[in-house]
Design a protein around this ligand. Structure first.
Ligand code: HEC
Ligand code: HEC
Length: 240
């Protein structure tokens, strides 16, 4: 075999790496989003593949009744990080674990680009929010519980919990069952994908009532539609 031909695969890797790091042109980003939409809608054609929309809906509104989170408009890097964590076993997500195993790196980038780009109004939560818990939750969210070494949630999750891309997810407008379960997961189960264990420590130091209160507070707000754009009022309509 010709020598230069044999070195081709060795050369291809750095070249591919270069292209994957290079910023995407609008056309490339568009085709990535289209590919992601297809995976969200139909899966990726491999055996065992399940369409994300079965649980997250095509437009990312989630399913409050089964505690499946909204993912519409979460930062692209955060979505990728969560899927990679589920694959690696650091992100506790028992229902999803089998589903993302067959996604390639490109599939993950594509489906993350799709869900980061979609905008969906808030879906109706499973039950009305308790005003007393919302009040307590708001206080913790905005001021923290410094006696217990719990910082204000908004310090990391942005004003009202609207997220700070690329690493801090939004939590405002997320469904309450999901938020509460994440806090329990960080505190006691196996969600250990947070940098330096920051969320694990915070979730552990909150009491059960306080965890419930912050979940009710953040869930009672409207979700952020897009980076830096003003919030849209929630219509409560099912967007699918
Ligand atoms: C069978 C239902 C189901 C399917 C199908 C599914 N998910 Fe999930 N997903 C869940 C549940 C439930 C959670 C929350 C896990 C937990 O409790 O921590 C989740 C969590 C996530 C999260 C983390 C969200 C966050 O805010 O941290 C992302 C991202 C995600 N899913 C993306 C996907 C993508 C992309 C697909 C398709 C390839 C997919 N999911 C398919 C049920 C599903
Ligand atoms: C020091 C920074 C920091 C503070 C303060 C903080 N968080 Fe977080 N939080 C994070 C990071 C980082 C993540 C994402 C972890 C990951 O990458 O999976 C996160 C994730 C979460 C999630 C999971 C989101 C999802 O979509 O799955 C919830 C819920 C949450 N935080 C709630 C809270 C609440 C409630 C408070 C206040 C009591 C709070 N956080 C304070 C850094 C922080």
């Amino acid at each position: 075999m010709n020598r230069s031909f044999r070195t081709l695969p060795a050369l291809a890797f750095p070249i591919l790496l270069f292209f994957s790091l290079a910023p995407l042109s609008p056309a490339q980003a568009g085709s990535l989003i289209d590919k992601g939409r297809k995976i969200a809608q139909e899966g990726n054609d491999l055996p065992g593949s399940t369409a994300c929309m079965e649980c997250h809906r095509l437009h990312g509104g989630g399913m409050p009744s089964i505690g499946s989170p909204r993912i519409a408009g979460q930062p692209r890097q955060y979505i990728e990080h969560e899927i990679l964590g589920v694959k690696a076993g650091t992100r506790y997500a028992p229902i999803m674990a089998g589903i993302v195993n067959n996604l390639s790196e490109k599939d993950i980038q594509a489906v993350a680009a799709w869900y980061a780009s979609v905008r969906t109004p808030k879906l109706r939560d499973v039950s009305p929010y308790d005003p007393d818990l919302v009040k307590l939750g708001k206080r913790i969210a905005l001021k923290g519980q410094w006696k217990k070494n719990v910082p204000a949630c908004v310090l990391c999750h942005g004003p009202q919990g609207r997220g700070i891309p690329p690493h801090f997810p939004y939590i405002k407008g997320q469904n309450k069952g999901y938020i509460l379960r994440q806090l329990i997961s960080f505190a006691f189960l196996k969600r250990s994908d947070d940098p330096q264990g920051l969320m694990r420590g915070i979730a552990r130091r909150l009491s059960p009532t306080e965890r419930k209160a912050v979940a009710e507070y953040f869930a009672s707000l409207t979700p952020p539609p897009a980076d830096g754009q003003p919030d849209r009022p929630s219509s409560g309509k099912d967007p699918r």
